[in-house]
Design a protein around this ligand. Structure first.
Ligand code: SF4
Ligand code: SF4
Length: 410
């Protein structure tokens, strides 16, 4: 399949989930923005402020802009809208804030309000375009022209997939005894198409660790893309449908192979524990007795924003990579702390996404690493889209399964 067709296929998969929106009131935005004491402690951690060095591209500046928009009772347009659109929703500013401004929720509320105010169409392909281009009335044609190059780059990255194949043909069935805890493997709306081999590897590993595993096509998109695009109504329906599935039949835990899905599922499910897969495996690998074989690899470890805020952090990734003999890993030292992918951001804001990615690409090339490791498929695709050479972007579970199967066989 042509690369760009692959990218369009995934885009169409996402678009099929979009529906009518439900705007939130401006009062909640105003109340949350009022908590900001303008101290500026959040500026140093913000990727867009670090790149552009202007107040309106900082968390403090955006909180002030949101306050001004709701006070004026008018739609955000032009440059003002662009400053809000440039926000990655990475939430790096939240832990830095002494006033506890819930910046992620604040931006979601603001996008819901703008989604309601937008005059773009609400049906068919227009729904997806509208979600991608919220806040740019009549600018959709220009926006489409801007995202086509990103689709092309993404398509070429898709062509270099998949990221895991090591358990293929192993046919490990495992003990299906009901005594074993049941893990629901969450496929994700993109990963279910692009990361099927990684899902297979993860299922194999979970069974080797003593779990029963269930995968189901009935599980829906986690709703994060809709929530962050302002479509709160559709996000709520997806979250509710998944929650009902999770609460069936004594599910012990839900495990997601994409850190962004895991973060959103974790925040929208309080009754069933949800884990990012590296976190779950790192908790259970030591007691399993499984011993990875040696992989002689130099690895650059990229930690997605969703892995850190509100995810489990980098600790499980460090423990997994350290458990594989021969793997030498390090964190990137340059860049703005974010690869620039940020879900649909790489399509909505392709120029900003590309600029934020450049320092990381430079470091990858200079370090001549054997591979990059990342736990989120959106980040992995965005990074891979900038690497024309053969440097693969892999998932830590893919490395671990290779070390357990291939290297132990040799
Ligand atoms: S969410 Fe990220 S990009 Fe947006 S203001 Fe906060 S730190 Fe900056
Ligand atoms: S750290 Fe919090 S209180 Fe301080 S400027 Fe940033 S958002 Fe406002």
């Amino acid at each position: 399949m042509l690369p760009w067709l692959s990218a369009c296929y995934v885009a169409a998969t996402l678009s099929a989930e979009y529906g009518r929106e439900q705007a939130l009131g401006s009062e909640s935005i105003s109340n949350e923005a009022d908590k900001c004491v303008k101290c500026g402690l959040c500026l140093a951690v913000c990727p867009t402020y670090s790149l552009l060095h202007v107040e309106t591209e900082s968390p403090r500046g955006r909180v002030a802009l949101m306050q001004a928009v709701v006070d004026a009772g008018e739609a955000a347009e032009g440059r003002l809208a662009a400053h809000l659109d440039h926000c990655l929703s990475c939430r790096r500013c939240e832990p830095a804030c002494p006033s506890g401004v819930a910046y992620g929720a604040l931006m979601d509320d603001m996008r819901a309000l703008r989604f309601e105010q937008s005059s773009l169409p609400t049906r068919g392909v227009g729904r997806w375009l509208r979600a991608m281009l919220t806040g740019r009335p009549f600018g959709w044609a220009v926006g489409l022209q801007r995202i086509l190059p990103a689709l092309g780059r993404w398509g070429r990255a898709v062509k270099r997939w998949p990221r895991g194949t090591f358990s293929n043909g192993m046919n490990y069935v495992g003990d299906e005894s009901s005594e074993r805890p049941l893990v629901l493997l969450f496929p994700g709306c993109v990963s279910r198409h692009l990361d099927t081999a990684l899902l297979d590897d993860t299922e194999w590993l979970l069974k080797r660790l003593g779990f029963r595993v269930r995968r189901s096509d009935e599980l829906r998109c986690c709703g994060a893309l809709h929530r962050h695009a302002g479509d709160g109504s559709r996000a709520e329906r997806l979250e509710t449908a998944n929650r009902a599935f999770f609460e069936r039949d004594g599910v012990h835990a839900v495990v997601s192979i994409a850190s962004a899905c895991a973060a959103h599922l974790h925040e929208t499910n309080r009754d069933v524990p949800v884990f990012e897969v590296s976190d779950f495996i790192a908790r259970h690998l030591p007691e399993s007795g499984l011993k990875p074989g040696t992989l002689e690899l130099n690895v650059l470890l990229h930690v997605p924003c969703s892995q850190q805020y509100p995810g489990p952090g980098s600790d499980p990734l460090e423990r997994l990579l350290t458990s594989i003999p021969g793997v030498n890993w390090h964190y990137p030292e340059s860049g703005f702390g974010c690869c620039g992918a940020a879900g649909s951001y790489m399509f909505r804001e392709p120029e900003m996404a590309a600029r934020l990615l450049q320092p990381l690409l430079g470091e990858i090339r200079a370090a001549a690493v054997d591979c990059v490791v990342s736990t989120n498929i959106g980040c992995a695709l965005h990074i891979a889209s900038g690497l024309d050479d053969a440097t693969p972007v892999r998932h830590p579970i893919s490395l671990l399964v290779e070390a357990l199967i291939v290297r132990n066989e040799g």
